[in-house]
Design a protein around this ligand. Structure first.
Ligand SMILES: [Zn+2]
Length: 272
């Protein structure tokens, strides 16, 4: 933070496809997840700085009523970036996305009441196809929550998700892709279904000047699966690789020990 001045700008826009109100449950999840990562005082600081004191020690109820503006979610992200910088915020958001998936899965299993899953599928390639199919169902289920902002399709590397306008970076302006909460959520979902990490790339980000936010979930190759026993690979689009290469090492939050999934046996069957 620089002298209390808010440096991450939030642009006004006229995004009609993105819903104006966010379900209480999404804000509640974001806040309990943030609290798990940053602690209660960390969340209080962010909320104070984001000019949202009404939520301090007073999170929205975990129901589906749409009472608060979607921009509250963006404000929390923007002020997190201000406080700890893009790189640190990206790391926290990635972990937040993973935790949000776990919290959603554990607290609201009905959201994952997906039929016709074939848990007997055993090899990684087949499991990726299963992931791609189930993730598509989850994208469809997200439309009533966020609005008609998603485009999901197969691509050369695996499957791609485009979001425009982007519910994660709406109005934000950053130097690099910032929707790490989305990549973390995808990572958590893939881990859950495939049972191992996959490579996820945010190739485009509206906050960084692209026309849409775009995420590629890579189909694991046999060789890569063998090489990569743990941890995700987060990559950038080619024009940002030079900048990324200058970073000496990944942020500590990306270190493998923090990304190890809670020790639970892989659940056979994907719903409760
Ligand atoms: Zn983005």
């Amino acid at each position: 933070m620089t002298d209390g001045k808010q440096i991450t700008s939030i642009r006004e826009d006229t995004a009609v496809a993105l819903k104006e109100k966010i379900p209480n449950r999404m804000l509640y999840l974001a806040l309990i997840t943030a609290e798990e990562i940053m602690g209660l005082n960390g969340v209080r600081s962010i909320l104070n700085y984001a000019n949202l004191p009404t939520f301090i020690d007073n999170y929205p109820p975990n129901d589906l009523a749409e009472e608060h503006s979607t921009s509250n979610y963006t404000a929390i992200l923007a002020r997190t970036i201000d406080l700890i910088g893009e790189r640190g915020a990206r790391a926290i958001m990635f972990r937040g996305g993973m935790k949000a998936f776990r919290n959603m899965h554990e607290n609201f299993p009905s959201l994952f009441n997906i039929q016709d899953v074939n848990p007997a599928t055993s090899n990684t390639e087949d499991r990726f196809e299963e992931f791609a199919r189930i993730y598509g169902i989850m994208v469809d289920a997200s439309v009533p929550i966020w609005g008609d902002i998603f485009k999901y399709y197969p691509c050369e590397e695996g499957v791609a998700l485009e979001i425009s306008p982007c519910n994660h970076c709406r109005g934000l302006k950053t130097t690099g892709p910032i929707c790490a909460a989305q990549t973390g959520f995808q990572f958590g979902t893939a881990q859950w279904i495939i049972g191992r990490p996959i490579e996820i790339t945010e190739t485009h980000c509206i906050a960084a000047g692209d026309p849409m936010s775009r995420f590629v979930m890579h189909r694991p190759s046999r060789e890569a699966s063998a090489q990569r026993s743990n941890g995700p690979l987060l990559t950038c689009c080619p024009r940002r690789l030079a900048a990324a290469a200058s970073r000496a090492r990944p942020p500590p939050a990306f270190a493998a020990p923090l990304l190890v999934w809670p020790s639970r046996p892989f659940r056979r069957g994907y719903c409760r």
